[in-house]
Design a protein around this ligand. Structure first.
Ligand SMILES: N[C@@H](CCC(=O)N[C@@H](CS)C(=O)NCC(=O)O)C(=O)O
Length: 213
């Protein structure tokens, strides 16, 4: 399998960590959505990452669809998303908040990377920031409610841990001025723990602005 996209993208990284955690081999095409746009579009008409090219040539786009494929392939006993009930709901909810926050961070970065300074719109950036903080604040409160537990749901690593960690690491490293670790200390502490795991360390890469700035 060929996984296309740079690991500074939380969407790509959550797929890479999941594949490593599930012992699935893959080749990595470390292509940038800015510099390598045309190359990416040869596989995915949207020109987006992650894109996963299966061994038979089938192409999967959209990280949620790829994660669903991975879980389906390993079967219910090893799937990273809990099979049902409250744990599944909580995992999906924390993942939705984290992915939403990451998307709002991405919008702030793209405003800087792809728009000339005179076309940047501060009210839009302000809206993105407040949506991002709304979601992160909700995850922080959820983490506070975990007490001494360190997994977000259940008693083992799940997709919620992977996705929340990828989103938070991306945001705190790409929007450094915001000091998100100080603002969301419980979330930051849990993510710090996750980032010591091998699959997280192997996929950690410094943020690279797609506009080259
Ligand atoms: N919802 C998508 C979001 C993926 C995404 O936003 N990827 C960014 C890189 S971080 C991208 O491909 N940007 C290029 C573009 O949208 O033009 C997913 O989860 O796969």
């Amino acid at each position: 399998m060929l996984l296309i996209g740079m690991f500074d993208s939380p969407f790509v990284r959550r797929v890479a960590i999941s594949m490593q955690w599930l012992d699935m081999g893959y080749e990595h095409a470390d292509w940038s959505v800015g510099r390598d746009f045309d190359r990416i579009r040869q596989h995915n008409p949207l020109g987006r990452v992650p894109t996963l090219v299966l061994d038979d040539g089938e192409v999967l786009a959209e990280s949620a669809a790829i994660l669903d494929y991975l879980d389906d392939r390993v079967g219910p006993a090893r799937a990273l998303l809990p099979a049902g009930g409250r744990e599944r709901r909580q995992a999906l909810q924390q993942m939705a908040l984290a992915i939403g926050a990451a998307e709002k961070g991405r919008e702030q970065i793209y405003e800087r990377a792809f728009r000339p300074p005179e076309k940047r719109h501060e009210p839009w950036l302000q809206r993105c920031r407040s949506q991002m903080h709304g979601a992160l604040g909700t995850i922080e409160r959820y983490c506070e409610g975990l007490g001494a537990r360190s997994w977000l749901v259940g008693s083992a690593l799940s997709q919620a841990d992977i996705t929340v960690s990828c989103a938070f690491t991306f945001l705190r490293e790409s929007l450094r001025a915001d000091d998100l670790s100080a603002r969301y200390p419980r979330l930051a502490a849990l993510v710090d723990l996750r980032e010591t795991l091998a699959a997280f360390k192997n996929t950690h890469t410094p943020f690279f602005s797609p506009g080259g700035q």
